[in-house]
Each structure stands twice: as C-alpha cells, then as structure tokens.
Write a protein that binds this ligand. Structure first.
Ligand code: ATP
Ligand code: MG
Length: 140
C-alpha cells in the first residue's frame, strides 16, 4: 500500500494519470466519502487515454468510453454505486460482461457497497479528505 497526498484537484488528476500505468488488474474499486476525489481520480485515468469528457455517472450509474490506440484496454467503464444497495441491479445493466473482459478497465465509485460481489483481483483505492481544504489522502 502506498499513501499519496494531493493538494489540488489537478494533483489528483495527475495521480490517476500516473497510476493507471501500474494497474495489474482491470477492476479498480474506489472507496471514499463525498468529495474525496473518486471522480477526479477517474478523470485523471481518462486523461491518460486521451478521454476528455468524463463526468460523474451518479445519475446514470454506468458510462462507457471507448479507448483508442491502446494495447491493454478497449473501454473505460465508469460506475457509481452511490445509489445502489445491491449487486443485482448492476447485473441487470450488464456489469458482469465488463468485469470479465480484461480489455475493459472498470472503475467503480463507492465500491464498498458491492465489495462482496466483486472479484478477488479487484484493486481498491481509498480516498479521504485531508486536514486542509484541498488536501486528499489517497491510499493505493
Ligand atoms: N486534492 C484534491 N483532489 C481532488 N479533488 C479536490 C482536491 N482538492 C479539492 N478538490 C475538489 O473536491 C471535489 C472532488 O470531487 P469528486 O467529484 O472527485 O469527489 P467524489 O469522491 O467523486 O464525490 P462523490 O462521492 O460525490 O462522487 C471537487 O470539487 C474538487 O475540485
Ligand atoms: Mg464521484
């Protein structure tokens, strides 16, 4: 586990952009309170792949972005479980196809809500608010 401290939105974007290169799994669970930077981190990951239009999927639950020109991944799948209490409803929207597809990089906000249903190879990243206003602590 490595602990990172960021002091601005931009630093968290940069961290996502940097850490995506080291991911050795296609499933990333993001755990952390409101405003801790989960969506920011995913945006940073998107930047690495040249995806510029990532927005929070809170109201739509799941968004799929095409990844061009990358050997490892074809899609970036952004899921937000904030409004979910059970895994069944995610099954209904087809989450399993993506979890099982190593070419889909799946990033899940509020992953703690469905932890029991996620595969063992899921990598969890924990985020929290720091002491200062723009400080975020990110444990990977
Ligand atoms: N160091 C930082 N890293 C990330 N975001 C920061 C930082 N400092 C300030 N912020 C602000 O905190 C907010 C983080 O919002 P973000 O949507 O990424 O959080 P979230 O964890 O996805 O929240 P939610 O649970 O609502 O989905 C943004 O408004 C951003 O500008
Ligand atoms: Mg969010």
């Amino acid at each position: 586990m490595i602990k990172y401290t960021t002091n601005s939105l931009n630093e968290t974007l940069k961290l996502g952009e940097k850490l995506v290169k080291n991911f050795d799994t296609n499933i990333i669970g993001l755990i952390g309170e409101l405003g801790s930077g989960k969506t920011a981190f995913v945006k940073g990951v998107g930047q690495y792949f040249g995806i510029k239009n990532i927005t929070s999927p809170t109201f739509v639950v799941m968004k799929i972005y095409k990844i061009e020109n990358n050997k490892k991944y074809n899609n970036l799948v952004h899921i937000d479980c904030y409004r979910f209490e059970d895994y069944e409803s995610l099954i209904d929207i087809g989450i399993k196809n993506y979890l099982n597809d190593k070419k889909s990089l799946v990033l899940i906000e509020w992953a703690d809500k469905i932890k029991d249903s996620l595969p063992k190879e899921t990598k969890y990243i924990k985020l929290k608010l720091g002491k200062k206003e723009n400080e975020r602590i990110i444990n990977t």
